[in-house]
Design a protein around this ligand. Structure first.
Ligand code: PEP
Ligand code: MG
Length: 841
């Protein structure tokens, strides 16, 4: 008996139906049957059976048909393992023939019966018999005449009469659907959605509940939550005298809400059925442990449940749904945490272009910092500041940004650059500020001098024109599309606290300014893992003393210029310590090459000459002499700290004085001081001696004691290789994977954007290594550095502070090699918290 085999199974509460053998729809229908919901009689065909049908092995069709009342109509629907993989559309009303037409005319009226029969003939002709669809074009599907026309057209084209036998029809439909699944196009489409090559198709054969008749009849879908917001709201679509999803999606079906103010809804048309559906949907939610959409048919107030599918949902709805299911005790908190993909969080943390908005895309680049913002184009930081002063949102458009643009970036609502990749200046600062940013939009033309931005298709945009930067998708849009706001509500906070309860690796933030630090605190970072102090020197009031310091001829002159900066740095650090309330703050000493602080154009050189009271020629010569051929590998980081030690002395003093000030006013502070670009232990020894001396001086002067921790940023390959001896001089090592990636590949992080997409497309790199840690190469150096670091100093704290610190896969790697914490941009902190929770569950 075929029904004893899993191959062809009548769906009963105990039948051997599983998702991997019969598909998700069959399994879900069985769950509904187990809940005693009014599901019409259904038979499930397994993947193997359907595969056999495609190859010409038809199961016993007579036995299948014998399971259904004789003369009843049937429908067949696909049941793949994952509903997203698609599949052939449902075929309804199998079994329709001349005799059924006569019988149905009595029940539902001749016109409705003729319409149903005509539609079946057409759908069978086009899909199953593969006749020319044009033949049916002129038939209007109304009345008996259309029916005769359709039957005639079928007979002419197929050269045989329309098959009258339900078994024949069913066999042909099954064959058609089985073969459609195995066709090349269908296979490629589903593989693109992640389906395996050998993904199977199951089919379900179900007795039809008609949805047509004299009383209130129809079909619809209903769910208990809003798909966009995730908030409780009974909503759905219903169409009287209709069958199947296709009819509902045609646009004729009325959208209904509970207590819909806009007019008659299902509630009024069929109040009893509406009440039943609400109860059934609630039961499904509880027992299937998921928000489900019910597909139903009503026949004179009697409800039939044809199917249940997971409610489609936006990322913000997904989070609210998971939280409510856990709060209602339907699922555990852990399960709620696992149901949200960390990659979906950025959409909640920023404003976004509304999914339904019209998108007039004028350019594409790297999605460097998520969120969307609309503003007028400006081509310089000065214009951005002027625009901000007028309270006009602006988009800063630059070839690339440099530290001089920071003020412009602060003033802008979004940034667009022609050059750069995921760790370029604009990208790093953009993420830090939570500013939407698209970089490397090299197919657009940036005519800065003419103040024109030319779209990929040649449209001209001038300064003052309104555009939108979508940093989530990496697109530039013309005009101002509709937006949706960030969703940092109670549900979000609750959800994140559940994630934190599971996590076993700490998360800090990279924060340079009080605003960053505040964002980091708001997102519950457990400290600052990297404060890049050089960003503090680009403030207008510091640039001049900084330049004086650079031009000083003697250590004394340098000291006196730095003495002007010292109180400002002290105030910066005091503020950071205050905001972080005793949480660790890791301050990296000055890193960039000095020439970044010098002007590059004639006007700037003239201004500088004036400020320093020197001839322009002198200034120009000095600036030229400081140029380096390869500045990112030149005199920067600890090298500068050793060559011009007064800078680090000043910074150490500012940190220690701020430590005492902040500790006096609030929680005790133990500052962490970090040295960039170290490659040899002697560098650490030299700097440490000086910093210890500064600490002793401050203790003496203030008559107060404090502790501090000195650490090394491991971001050169040599530092990884020599981590054991370096670790002996350090309290902590923090891996700077931006520079480490740059140096391991010999690939400039500022220029990689030019060819990165080609490289990824051609499979040279599986992904941008500045975005996702290269586990094979850079990862081996990290693992080596971690192991050797611990060898040299067992109790050392180990962490990562490169941009990879916010990427879930990279976090998995860091946790795997035994790091103590990861540090990432403030806006990535929630992503990192959730990703770390997933790893621990
Ligand atoms: C790094 O190199 O990984 C790092 C965090 O430092 P920066 O990006 O400032 O060079
Ligand atoms: Mg670095």
């Amino acid at each position: 008996d075929v029904f004893d085999q899993p191959a062809v199974t009548l769906i009963t509460p105990t039948a051997p139906v599983t998702t991997p053998t019969h598909g998700g729809r069959a399994k879900c229908l069985q769950r509904l049957v187990r809940l005693s919901l009014p599901v019409p009689r259904t038979i499930a065909l397994s993947f193997d059976t359907v595969h056999g049908i495609a190859g010409g092995k038809m199961p016993d069709i007579a036995a299948i048909c014998a399971q259904f009342a004789s003369g009843s109509l049937l429908c067949v629907r696909p049941s793949s393992e994952d509903p997203d993989w698609g599949g052939p559309g449902a075929i309804l009303n199998i079994g329709m023939n001349d005799a059924a037409y006569v019988e149905l005319s009595d029940r539902i009226g001749a016109e409705a019966a003729a319409g149903l029969y005509t539609r079946f003939v057409q759908s069978y002709a086009v899909h199953v018999a593969r006749l020319d669809p044009d033949v049916f074009d002129d038939i209007d599907f109304i009345g008996q005449e259309s029916l005769s026309e359709a039957l005639r057209a079928y007979e002419d084209e197929a050269e045989e009469p329309f098959p009258q036998d339900r078994e024949t029809q069913l066999a042909e439909v099954l064959r058609y659907m089985a073969r459609a699944w195995e066709g090349t196009t269908a296979r490629l489409l589903r593989q693109a959605k992640g389906a395996p090559v050998d993904a199977g198709l199951g089919l379900v054969v179900q007795e039809m509940a008609l949805g047509l008749g004299q009383g209130e009849c129809g079909s619809g879908v209903l769910q208990l939550v809003d798909s966009d917001t995730g908030l409780p709201q009974i909503t759905g679509r219903y169409l009287s005298q209709s069958q199947g999803r296709e009819a509902l999606e045609s646009g004729a079906a009325a959208l209904f809400l509970e207590r819909d103010p806009r007019g008659p809804s299902l509630e009024e048309l069929a109040p009893k059925a509406f009440e039943t559906l609400k109860t059934q949907a609630a039961l499904m939610r509880e027992r299937l442990r998921e928000e489900m959409q019910i597909e139903f048919t009503i026949e004179n107030d009697k409800v039939h449940i044809l199917d249940g599918v997971r409610v489609a949902r936006s990322p913000r709805a997904a989070l609210r749904i998971a939280v409510r299911l856990a709060e209602d005790g339907v699922i555990s908190r852990r399960e709620a945490v696992m149901r949200i993909d960390p990659g979906a969080l950025p959409e909640l943390l920023h404003r976004q272009v509304a999914p339904e908005a019209d998108r007039d895309v004028i350019g594409r680049g790297v999605a460097a910092s998520p969120g969307a913002a609309t503003g007028r184009i400006v081509f310089s930081s000065a214009d951005a500041q002027a625009s901000a002063a007028r309270r006009e949102p602006c988009i800063l458009v630059r070839r690339e940004t440099s530290p001089e643009d920071i003020r412009g970036m602060h003033a802008a609502v979004a940034v667009l650059t022609e050059r750069g990749g995921i760790t370029s200046h604009a990208a790093v600062i953009g993420r830090g500020l939570g500013l939407p940013c698209v970089v490397g939009a090299a197919r657009m033309k940036f005519h800065l001098r003419d103040r024109q931005l030319i779209s990929e298709s040649g449209r001209i945009f001038r300064d003052g024109d309104t555009i939108t930067i979508d940093g989530t998708t990496g697109t530039v849009l013309a005009g101002a599309p509709a937006m949706i706001e960030a969703a940092l509500d109670d549900a979000f906070q609750t959800f994140m606290s559940w994630a934190d309860a599971e996590r076993d690796i700490a998360i800090r933030a990279n924060a340079d300014t009080p605003a960053d630090a505040q964002t980091a605190r708001n997102f519950m970072a457990e400290g600052i893992g990297l404060c890049r102090t050089e960003h503090m020197f680009f403030e207008a009031d510091r640039l001049t003393p900084m330049r004086e310091m650079i031009f000083a001829d003697t250590p004394e002159d340098r000291q006196s210029a730095l003495a002007l900066i010292l109180p400002m740095q002290r105030a910066d650090f005091t503020e950071l310590f205050r905001i972080m309330e005793g949480l660790p703050v890791c301050i990296r000493l000055f890193d960039p090459p000095l020439h970044e602080f010098l002007p590059t154009d004639r006007a700037g050189l003239r201004d500088l000459a004036e400020a320093l009271d020197l001839p322009v020629s002198d200034v120009t010569r000095r600036v030229d002499s400081m140029g380096e051929y390869n500045p990112m590998l030149g005199m920067r980081g600890v090298r500068l700290g050793i060559a011009v030690p007064e800078i680090y002395d000043m910074q150490a003093r500012a940190i220690f004085e701020a430590t005492l000030d902040a500790s006096a006013a609030g929680d005790p502070v133990v500052p962490e001081i970090m040295l960039p670009l170290v490659s040899a232990k002697r560098e650490v020894e030299l700097v440490r001696t000086r910093i210890d001396a500064v600490a002793a001086e401050v203790r003496n002067e203030r008559g107060a004691d404090f502790d501090y921790r000195l650490g090394v940023m491991v971001e050169t390959p040599r530092a990884c290789l020599r981590a054991d001896e370096i670790a002996q001089h350090a309290h902590f090592l923090s891996f700077g994977t931006n520079d480490l990636t740059q140096m391991t590949y010999g690939l400039s992080r500022d220029d990689a954007g030019r060819f990165m997409s080609d490289y990824v497309q051609q499979g040279v790199f599986p992904e941008d290594p500045f975005h996702r840690l290269d586990a094979d190469g850079v990862g081996e150096l990290l693992a080596l550095g971690v192991a050797r670091g611990r060898q040299g100093h067992a109790a050392i704290t180990l962490s990562i502070c490169g941009e990879h610190g916010g990427d879930p896969e990279s976090i998995a790697f860091c946790r795997g090699v035994g790091m103590d914490y990861v540090s990432c941009s403030p806006f990535r902190v929630p992503v990192a918290r959730l990703a770390a929770a997933h790893l621990a569950i």
